[in-house]
Design a protein around this ligand. Structure first.
Ligand code: NAP
Length: 276
């Protein structure tokens, strides 16, 4: 059972990654992202999820530095954006991200989306960065089963993580089981469905039973299924609320009730129709 904010999952290469992190998509560069990250670190979060696309790596790095936490106590994820995919351009994009973050190394570097015709070259670049020790783990994002099969047919390093849209309306059960079978850690983006699942009567009823909020119940449901979760907020009270998940557990029936809300409904793009 996951009982503490700093509890970790062990990735397929032995690296430990916290189950809970702060997402910073749509958090503005500068004061807003510095404040969100500083608040999260003060609350005990030890994982931050950013991306070159978000335009806020500099502020994330500044907040990490200001926290004076040791480098090995915080887990930092960033991602290579679609326009930078390909071997040489990914190596350059990584270096740009690393410098903006002001870090010697990155904990987890992800391919943001499976750009057709390019993602295998991008993966070769990630393998090089990994072999050189410039990143502790490499993974993918928004990969469907067929993308993973294509990648695994030639990869030397199995992705450590697949970060995908995941919430009670989009449970991606086949993908979750495929990832588990191949020892790829699933990670949920938009874990709160950007707020759209919080007023569902099933979620509200369970939240009343435990005296928790709907957001806490949904995030706990993700943890119960061994899915890493990275809720985003810029509000200190919500950042604290989203981390207050470790004093209760859902029973198997409640987990199934929430999983049954699945409608294969996305709030973000479908990776197979994405306009790259
Ligand atoms: N790999 C990818 O392609 C991809 C795509 C999307 C997202 N992500 C990552 O996943 C992270 C999370 O996903 P997301 O930002 O799309 O959505 P989310 O975490 O599901 O939802 C964030 C939204 O919910 C609100 N919120 C947060 N906590 C709340 C609470 N306790 N009660 C009520 N509302 C709450 C936030 O508002 P306030 O900020 O105003 O509090 C924000 O509008 C991102 O930040 C990013 O790091 C990755």
């Amino acid at each position: 059972m996951i009982q503490h904010i700093a509890d970790t999952t062990t990735l397929n290469n032995g690296v430990k990654m916290p189950w809970l992190g702060l997402g910073v998509y749509k958090t503005t560069e500068g004061q807003e992202v510095r404040q969100a990250v500083s608040t999260a670190l003060a609350q005990g979060y030890r994982s931050i999820d950013t991306a070159a696309l978000y335009g806020n790596e500099r502020g994330v790095g500044e907040a990490l530095k200001a926290s004076e936490l040791s480098r090995d106590s915080v887990f930092v994820t960033t991602k290579v954006w679609n326009s930078e995919q390909g071997y040489e351009s990914t190596l350059r994009a990584f270096e740009d991200s690393r410098q903006r973050l002001g870090l010697e190394f990155i904990d987890l570097y992800l391919i943001h989306w499976p750009v057709k015709g390019k993602f295998k070259d991008t993966w070769n670049a990630l393998e090089k960065l990994y072999n050189e020790g410039r990143v502790r783990a490499i993974g993918v994002s928004n990969f469907q089963i067929h993308h993973l099969e294509e990648l695994l047919s030639q990869a030397k390093v199995v992705p450590a993580v697949n970060q995908v849209e995941y919430h009670p309306r989009l449970t991606q059960e086949d993908l979750r089981l495929y990832c588990r079978k191949h020892n790829i850690q699933m990670e949920a983006w938009s874990p709160l469905m950007r707020g759209q699942v919080l007023t569902h009567p099933v979620v509200e009823e369970i939240s009343r039973k435990y005296g928790k909020t709907s957001a806490q119940v949904v995030l706990r449901w993700e943890l119960e299924q061994q899915v890493v979760t990275i809720p985003k907020s810029v509000h200190p009270n919500r950042i604290a609320e989203n981390a207050n998940l470790f004093d209760f557990a859902l029973n198997p029936q409640e987990i199934a009730q929430i999983s049954n809300l699945n409608e294969n409904h996305r709030v973000g793009p479908n990776p197979d129709d994405f306009e790259f």
